[in-house]
Design a protein around this ligand. Sequence first.
Ligand code: SF4
Length: 229
Amino acid sequence: MTEAVTRARSAPSAQDPARVRVTEIFLSLQGEAAQVGWPTVFVRLTGCPLRCRWCDTEYSFSGGEPMGVNAVRQAVEAYGVRHVCVTGGEPLAQPGCLPLLQSLCDRGLAVSLETSGALDVGAVDPRVNIVMDLKAPGSGETARNRADNLAHLKPGDQIKFVLAGRDDFDWALAWLGRHVLPAGVELLFSPVHGELEPVVLADWIVEARAPVRFQVQLHKLLWGDVPGR
Ligand code: SF4
C-alpha cells in the first residue's frame, strides 16, 4: 500500500518558478487531522528552525535534494492521487514553499500544509488547508508560537496541540480559554507518541468536556516509527 520513498534529483529548468530542497516524496495514508485516512502524497521539505524535544523527523533537518517546483509537482502528480500534504521540517522556512503550494492548488489537488506555527502563514495560498501546530511547554518551543498567525486561519484550517503530559493538557485548555479563534477552525489534541498514553489523554478530554477532537497518528499505529510512511 505504501510505496518506497522517492528521492529525486532535478536539473535547473527555465520553466521552474522556484526551487525547494526536498527530503522525500512518498505515497502513504494521511495519518492525522481532517484528511485522515486518504491516500496522500507527502512532500517533505528539508530544514526546520525549531528543535521540539519530541521531534520525530530529525532526519529532515539537513541534506535533501534541490528540486524545481514544477519537478516536485510532476513527481506528485505521477502518483495519481488527489490529496497532497506539504510537510517538513518546517516547510515555510523555504521561500519556494509558497509557489509550490500555489502550483499544486492550480492543478486541482487537495493540498494541506503542516506547519509549526512559528513562521508567518499569511501568504499561504487560501486554497490550502493549513494544519498549524501550537507548541505546548513540553516541546521546549512554546516561545516560538506566533499569535498573529491566528488571524490568517480560515474555516476548515486546524490547530494541533501535541501534548506530552498533564501540564501540557492544562496549558492547552488555559490557552483556549484566553483566545478567540476564527470561526470554523478545528482544534486537535494528540499525545506525544511513546510519552503520553492515548487513552489517558482521551479520558482527560472527556472529563474536561474539552471542545477539541482527539487524534492519534494513524500511520504509526499501522507502520510504527518508520521514515517515509
Ligand atoms: S517543528 Fe516539527 S520538524 Fe521542527 S523540530 Fe518541531 S516537530 Fe520537528
